[in-house]
Design a protein around this ligand. Structure first.
Ligand code: XUL
Ligand code: CO
Length: 432
């Protein structure tokens, strides 16, 4: 045990807890929707926000003081000690990491690779005795200055090569640690100004890159899911993986729609002008739902603030879509969320996650009950019931002329019916 979280005991489920650190709603063993809550929610801690982010903002530097902030292998090991302590305190089943969160950058590619391999061995040793497993690994292809103009979409082919080699090593690391998914967030895959951008070439290169990732997955026998994480802007003004619909079109163009699924983040959905549940429902409808990054944005700032979730009605509608699609398979709920920069203390990290886990538990329970009671689905089925009639089904094989003949013959006069939005909203309100 590191001393970072000294004095903080592993949390337990205590519905009537006073001010003490405990779960008031998340009971890992409670059955919700036919599964233990832990198995439904599949919580993961994000290594980067909790252990690598220094608390900077555009106006000021580091506010957090962590004993491992020194860019050495010793620091990386101390960081891992604290991280695994926190996984245990929270009792989370998963974590996620980028290469750059876990290891210091070396003097060259070979040294950077060795640093990663060494830390992967540290993780592997800890995972032998810890309960925690790897939900996903990923490569940070956006922080280092070499990636300022993109990774796979960089105008410089040497950066494309460097990024490809880095992803290969991160996939190896993920595979070695038994990761259940591998994520690609297109950190700087986009552009700042069209004036210097060859968009067609960049999109072709991104497609080529992704195809190589899929090929390598099969070559090494990685059984996890490759996930793309859409985001419309930030850091580049325009990102190519804008939203679920855009990514689906991109996957189809490259024949990868059956190979790649999506990691959908609450804050990214909002930035794209959608709701989280819209993005989840669309991914389900297209058969590409994979996993979620759970957080929330500040709705006033209009920026990706990566806060811990605390809005139960919103979270309930998100889990409603997850459950409607049959629940997580290899995916889970990754808290891509960070403390506010004034929340300096180790206890803030624990409280942020514990509160978020409780919010998700409440959302999941509400969603599961809404689904089981069927009120929304009954109303939805009724609204589309016409399509179960023979003549309506037959339109799948008809053409415009035969449909016109049918409209005339049956003397059709469609009558508008209420969409019942307010009644449905009132139903939701009974559960949240
Ligand atoms: C950035 C973001 C990333 C990805 C992983 O907005 O969400 O942390 O989740 O690279
Ligand atoms: Co994310």
């Amino acid at each position: 045990m590191s001393r970072f979280f000294e004095g903080i005991e592993p949390l337990s489920f205590k519905p009537d807890a006073g001010d003490e650190l405990a779960f008031r709603h998340y009971d890992a063993d409670e059955t919700v929707g036919g599964k233990r809550m832990e198995d439904q929610l599949r919580f993961a801690v994000a290594y980067w926000h909790s252990f690598a982010w220094p608390g900077t903002d555009p106006f000021g530097g580091q506010t957090f003081e962590r004993p491992w902030f020194n860019d050495t292998m010793e620091g990386a090991r101390a960081k891992a000690d604290a991280a695994f302590d926190m996984f245990e305190i929270l009792g989370v089943p998963y974590f996620c990491f980028h290469d750059a969160d876990a290891r210091p950058e070396g003097a060259n590619f070979a040294e950077t690779t060795r640093n990663l391999e060494e830390i992967v061995d540290v993780f592997a040793a800890k995972m032998e005795s810890a309960k925690v497993r790897l939900l996903w690994g990923t490569a940070n292809l956006f922080s280092h200055r070499r990636y300022m103009s993109g990774a796979a979409t960089n105008p410089d082919p040497a950066v494309f090569a460097y990024a490809a080699a880095t992803v290969k090593n991160c996939m190896d690391a993920t595979h070695k640690l038994g990761g259940e998914n591998y994520v690609l967030w297109g950190g700087r895959e986009g552009y700042e100004t069209l004036l210097n951008t060859d968009m067609g070439r960049e999109l072709d290169n991104l497609g080529r890159f992704l195809s190589m990732v899929v090929d390598y997955k099969h070559k090494i026998g990685f059984k996890g899911t490759i996930l793309i994480e859409p985001k419309p802007q930030e850091p580049t003004k325009h990102q190519y993986d804008y939203d679920v619909a855009t990514v689906y079109g991109f996957l189809q163009r490259h024949g990868l729609e059956n190979e790649v699924k999506l990691n959908i983040e609450q804050g990214h959905a909002i930035l794209a002008g959608h709701s989280f549940e819209h993005e989840l429902a669309l991914a389900n409808a297209l058969g590409i739902f994979g996993s979620i990054d759970m957080n929330r944005n500040d709705y006033q700032s209009g920026w990706d603030t990566d806060q811990f979730p605390n809005n139960v009605p919103e979270v309930a509608l998100a889990y409603y879509e997850v459950l409607k699609g049959g629940g997580f398979k290899t995916g889970g709920t990754n808290f891509d969320a960070k403390l506010r920069r004034q929340s300096l203390d180790p206890v803030d990290l624990i409280a942020g996650h514990a509160g978020a886990m409780d919010v998700c538990a409440r959302g999941l329970k509400a969603a599961s009950k809404m689904l089981a009671d069927g009120a929304l689905e009954d109303a939805r089925a009724k609204r589309y019931a016409g399509w179960t009639e023979g003549w309506a089904k037959a339109m799948a094989d008809s053409d415009l002329e035969s449909i016109e003949a049918m409209v005339l013959e049956q003397e059709m006069e469609p009558q508008p019916l209420s969409g019942r939005q307010e009644i449905l909203e009132n139903i939701v309100n009974r559960y949240v």
